[in-house]
Design a protein around this ligand. Structure first.
Ligand SMILES: Cc1cc2nc3c(=O)[nH]c(=O)nc-3n(C[C@H](O)[C@H](O)[C@H](O)COP(=O)(O)OP(=O)(O)OC[C@H]3O[C@@H](n4cnc5c(N)ncnc54)[C@H](O)[C@@H]3O)c2cc1C
Length: 419
């Protein structure tokens, strides 16, 4: 009997570690997360349920250790399988809850700047790895978006960091950071360490862009109250103010030009993760819907036996199949820069944006169709399709949204000069 696991993953590409992680997250998720999933929506402000679950995922399952070298207690996931591991983890977590999935994986996201070959920063690894590999919950947050706009900051190719308003001024051996961020995943009281996109000089373009780590308990860091959103309740999003916050000069990830360069790798990995969350959403929706159309009888026969239903059911199965292929191909591109190009190249950013755009659009489409097939039951909280329907829209909105996806794809493939 086909299940969501029958949609084709490239089995010969997946390392043994991917299967282990996949199984581990699946087993934990079914036992610990799924039974409380419906209650998470009510927990958006307090995170009384979410926080212990986040600890279980990041600390007890060890996801927080993924990037760090083994001498610090890390898992040291090899660079050549990191894309695939991101795909597997985002898909498995996305099946449960794409809001929780983003919260888990964003803890690692800012650390990609310094923990991944070939741009490891040994001094910062020594400083931060023990915090992420310890027994206490320690959460990362990638603070890019600002009140005047998120997309322009993520549109590095077009805007070259010119619109960043959070400033970093070097005074002696300290950076002094001043600015206002909002929306980042894990912001508010969840985050222990911010990776902050700032500028040392907005008119210097990419040379002026700086990526600087700021511990949440540094003097002058202030966070706001969680926003109430349509979905993604497991992800806490707030304002963050940096009011002349001082951090050591070596907390900058790399240096002029290099911070902007490697920041693009965060966008590439963010695209792969977004595609993974989308695949997770589509597969969980498929499983819920499959049970429903088997049992629900309309006009004397099971819902699935009507040709009008087949139109929508085939769309959902096709999306699950094709999006899975695209996800693992995007991951493979990341894992093999010698064949497909560097993960910070305009090409990889554009190609993975294409995969993210396609898969997230499909997640929105499939949850919508599933709800139509289930009628009012799909709209009811009882069956969780409406949860995926609300959450999945966000997968098309962050990181500059569909428009920036389309712009970056077109700019690369059609060699646009002004777009
Ligand atoms: C659940 C959630 C998680 C998030 N996680 C993070 C995070 O971890 N870190 C973080 O920093 N932020 C995060 N965000 C913020 C999110 O990434 C931004 O909201 C998003 O990038 C869009 O920025 P904006 O809302 O300022 O919209 P704007 O930048 O004002 O964009 C407005 C519209 O313009 C479109 N657009 C973009 N570029 C162009 C262009 N060149 N030409 C024409 N139209 C364009 C956009 O697609 C959008 O439709 C998160 C938000 C949510 C809700």
């Amino acid at each position: 009997m086909p299940t969501a696991d029958d949609f084709t993953r490239p089995v010969e590409w997946l390392p043994e570690l991917a299967y282990q992680f996949s199984q581990m997250i699946r087993e934990w998720g079914e036992r610990r997360y799924r039974p409380v999933r419906r209650k998470i929506d009510e927990d958006w402000r307090e995170h009384r349920l979410v926080e212990p679950l986040l600890k279980e995922a990041l600390v007890d399952l060890g996801i927080n250790k993924a990037l760090w070298p083994s001498e610090y207690g890390g898992m040291d996931i090899p660079r050549e399988v990191l894309g695939t591991m991101t795909a597997v983890m985002s898909e498995e977590l996305g099946r449960l809850d794409s809001g929780f999935a983003v919260s888990v994986l964003v803890s690692l996201w800012p650390m990609v700047m310094i923990a991944v070959e070939p741009h490891r920063n040994q001094r910062l690894i020594e400083e931060f790895a023990p915090r992420f590999c310890g027994e206490e919950l320690y959460v990362g947050c990638n603070a890019m978006t600002e009140p005047q706009g998120g997309s322009d900051i993520e549109n590095l190719e077009g805007m070259k960091g010119r619109t960043i308003r959070t400033t970093a001024r070097l005074e002696g051996d300290e950076w002094v950071i001043r600015g206002h961020k909002l929306w980042p995943t894990n912001s508010g009281r969840m985050a222990d360490l911010f990776g902050v996109v700032c500028t040392t000089n907005p008119s210097a373009g990419e040379e002026g862009m700086a990526y600087i780590y700021v511990p949440a308990d540094a003097e002058g860091v202030r966070v706001g109250e969680p926003y109430q959103k349509a979905g993604m309740a497991a992800d806490m999003n707030t304002d963050i103010w940096f009011e002349d916050v001082r951090v050591p000069a070596h907390y900058r990830a790399h240096g002029p030009g290099l911070d902007a360069k490697y920041f693009r790798e965060l966008i590439t990995l963010g695209n792969i993760a977004t595609a993974g969350f989308s695949v997770g959403v589509i597969k969980d929706t498929y499983e819920i819907l499959k049970r429903w159309v088997d049992e629900r009888v309309v006009a004397g026969k099971p819902l699935k036996e009507h040709s009008i239903s087949a139109v929508n059911l085939s769309e959902i199965a096709t999306a699950a199949e094709i999006c899975t292929h695209s996800l693992y191909m995007a991951a493979r591109m990341y894992d093999h820069p010698e064949t497909y190009g560097e993960p910070w190249s305009e090409k990889l950013v554009a190609k993975t944006r294409a995969v993210s755009l396609f898969c997230s659009d499909q997640a929105v489409h499939c949850t919508n169709r599933a709800m139509e097939l289930m009628g009012s039951y799909g709209y009811s909280r009882e069956f969780d399709v409406e949860k995926h329907w609300r959450d999945s829209k966000m997968l098309t909105l962050w990181m500059g949204g569909r428009q920036l996806d389309m712009i970056e794809i077109t700019r690369y493939f059609f060699e646009c000069r002004t777009l």
